[in-house]
Design a protein around this ligand. Sequence first.
Ligand code: ADP
Ligand code: MG
Length: 617
Amino acid sequence: MARILQLPSHVVTKIAAGEVIERPSSVVKELVENSIDAGATRIDIDLDAGGTELIRVADDGCGIDPDDLALAFAQHATSKLTSADDLFAIGTMGFRGEALSSIAGVGKVTLQSRPPALASGCEVRCDDGVLSAPRPWNGSPGTRIEVRHLFYNVPVRKKFLKSIATELGHVCETVTRLALGNPGLHIVLRHNGKLVYEVPASAGLADRIGLFFGGEVREVLYELDSGPGRQRLVGFIADPKCDRGNARLQYLFVNGRWFRDRSLAHALQESYRGLLMTGRYAVGFLFLTVPPDSLDVNVHPTKAEVRFQENSLIYSLVRATVKARLLRENLVPYLAAPPGEPEGVSPRVSESDAPGLFSPRQHLADRTVAPWELPPAAWRAEPVAPPEARGADPFAGLVADRGPTLEPSPGDLRPSARPEIPPFPLPAPGTALQVHDSYLVLETPDGMLVIDQHALHERILFEQFRRRIRDGKLEVQRLLIPEPIDLPAEQAALVLEAADALRELGLDVSDFGGNTVLLSSYPTLLARRPPHEIFQGVVDYLLTKERPPTRDALLHDLTATMACKAAVKAGDRLTPEEITYLLHLRELAEDSHHCPHGRPTSLRFTRHELDKQFGRV
Ligand code: ADP
Ligand code: MG
């Protein structure tokens, strides 16, 4: 074994550079962050050949004192930290004092700088670790750094660089993050002398998003703000219709710094649950402000990850704020105009009409007993009276008065008291037409609505089910004789593993020995289908999961699965009362526009579109 040696400083620098400087975009990030720390209001970035040949960053910041120029290249030389305590309340982008020394270790650097108060500035060059003598420089106030021939002395790194277009792409991403994190900053990016981006200082956040991601995203943004507090979240999220196939348009910032965080990305994605199809990702630009001493930014070589002291609090803040914002929107999918036709601006229900997070409508919905809370026999056996005969109360024949005409059955869960009737008008029976036993067609003031009866009912059941679980008001029907269900061994084990979550959902399962589980209760709300059918849906769901889902995800997904199983199906003929009731509950739903799997429950055809199709306008 060779003897232990202390490494010479040029080797140490290259090792440090290996962590911090991976490609041209890393240099751009470090240099622009320095300019931001220097209080710059305008930063110009010039690249040649994707930054592999030249990176030049010029700012109008505070400049560097001529006496400090050489020191800027030294290892661990910084003006931003004085004691170790400062590390725990970082207010600047940089603080480790290793960027300039690292960059100078892997590229040929020229640094020119002039503090505004001085009549002239100074220039130094650093070539292969050798610093030139400072020379006077007469540029305008601020700092200008040029990095040429990146990795000229690290052939391995150079080999790993990708095409010019790819490297430029990485720089654009870096500039995007810096421009989003610093509204008010004028940033210009040029490549081979051609302008790539110019972001004026006056461009606010939404305009910046539009500039980088196009009008299509800009137009569907919803602004959010959690309100003042120790932690605050502001930013924009996009309408679910503007979803993406990956999470690249999910941007997180804390105290102006971009970072990545799987848990918070999850919180964002979770807030869109039910609004996005599987495999689709939300678009969001979230800006957190937290006290600097509750944040550790010194946990990752390029500071791309951070650690929050109050991790779960931040998670909840993101989830609750995004979710509440989405609930304020009435998210109806619109029929896309035929190709070549401009798509009409989606009319939206005004905010005051849209249900809030704790909308009184929800409570009303909870107090209303739906026909499908009754067993299928009871529902189906109901004689359908003509609307006039029922007078003002369309439910008269459906819920309260139906007892005497029915044989009581073990599954009969009829509420003993007459349910409260909501005090607002219901769609008159007969205004909706059922077609193909699958869709309901409804006239609306501005056109017509085609509703998928299964998707809508699924959504309604899902919401009721979820609310009752949340409020601890889930009614459970115990089976007189528990139902033994035979399953293959691994399925039985899966079910028993999930027994606690299933109990919260009203499904009581226990081990009956062998490969049999015993089902002894089920939720009343889903009484429309036989318990074992619902249970089978649950087993099928558990089988599709490779890894055990989190409790929340399990509850959500199972609620959706069970609602799906229990809902009316495509192909079920509905009575006028059932149609009326579905439409009535549609009004009460939090999000009546998507089934829990994210598919639309209804499509809107505007009168204008119809007129256009028929050549009337
Ligand atoms: P850090 O940013 O972590 O302090 P750097 O190696 O990036 O370390 O920079 C070293 C020092 O050089 C900074 O602390 C700062 O004082 C100075 N400096 C670098 N770039 C600029 C700039 N554009 N304007 C003013 N000062 C700068
Ligand atoms: Mg720095």
